[in-house]
Design a binder for this molecule. Sequence first.
Ligand code: AMP
Ligand code: ZN
Length: 436
Amino acid sequence: MNSNHDYWDPAMEGLGRAELEALQLMRLQRTLGQALKSPFYAARLKQHGFSGPMERLEDFRRLPFTTKQDLRDSYPYGFLCVPRDQLVRLHVSSGTTGQATAIFYSRKDLDSWSDLMARCMYMTGARAGDTFQNLTGYGLFTGGLGFHYGAERLGMLTIPSGPGNSKRQIQLMRDFSTNVLHIIPSYALRLMEVMSAAGIDPKQSLRLKIAFLGAEPYSEEVRNRVQQFYGIKVFNSYGLSEMNGPGVAFECVEQNGLHIWEDAYLVEVVDPHTLEPVADGTVGELVLTTLDREGMPLIRYRTKDLTRMLTGACGCGRVHRRLDRIRGRTDDMFIIKGVNIFPIQVEQVLMGIPEVGGNYRIVLTRADNVDQMKVQVEVTDRVFVEDMRQLQRLRRKIAKSLCDEILVTPEVELVEPYGLPRSEGKAVRLVDERAR
Ligand code: AMP
Ligand code: ZN
């Protein structure tokens, strides 16, 4: 065990690889025993011929996958593994389409989730006594309450400001010397514009030092923009309701991939078509098994999120493996003129162009049986007042840069600052009108 480090949870963060794997096997056994108490897994595991216990960790790869559709089909209580009166919280995710899914938490589940969140934030340098402003939605979205309880556990003065009302956010930051933020990337970009328009330079007039950005895909270019403007360090935060919410994987001070907490989650990356494991470094679908949940354990849950496992040791000393930035979900990918494209590739290009503002949208249409791709791009205030020729030049530059990356030349439409619709929660980057 590595005990020379400043860890929130030295017993878990300081484990060596062999100790970690022994713990995983022990927790996997316990999880399987627990899962069998739910109607869903009792039937599914039996049907699969599972008759525990498992001798080697690798054997869990023979267990069946669990999908979002399974959660929907068993809504609301099919996955429940404790009596209903031992539950203290539920979160419901409606998703963009389809029927809701419900996730249940016992008191112990909430407790270990809060600890995981405190561990994540502590790892980046957040400390008791800091002021933490939580600018994400509370309510059914797990990001709000997940961070809230973690921040309180860590001992930060926690401001549950929620999203929106940017003037008040800035006022709170000033009045209480906020230095740690949790904010979704699209709102961080928007708040930047609000501050710029009001002539506020956060590097001069605020005390910010750290921000946690997650809940939606974003590029390294967005991280750079946000870091530079606010004068802070940005750490990527990944999670999903089915696995508690945030706190599944998080960046350390190295800012080079997200440590996935392997004492709490068993991780696999598989080919989304064959469902066979892919080699480290190869992009595939992330599959997760909970190792420390009693209310609603999930086995080999297909997240639909695409990423790859990074190799090599991390400078921070933790052996918990690192995931690369999430590229998007398998269902975010769109195909146009035979090319597969993820919205994040478009974002990466746009956010590297200084004249481009903080918001964009991809619109797909079909005319005469031919697919058309349009990229609507908000420009900065400064560019907006420029003459037509310059705007035309900018339009061509954006189209050319996009074509270099995605191999398709989209129509580019420049939009005034704040001209595109915004959502309070996760940003909607793709509007596909082709099927209508
Ligand atoms: P929800 O459970 O509704 O909060 O949504 C969880 C989903 O949000 C994940 O499955 C990912 O698709 C996405 N997500 C969360 N965090 C990140 C992140 N840091 N980067 C990219 N996508 C993320
Ligand atoms: Zn690290």
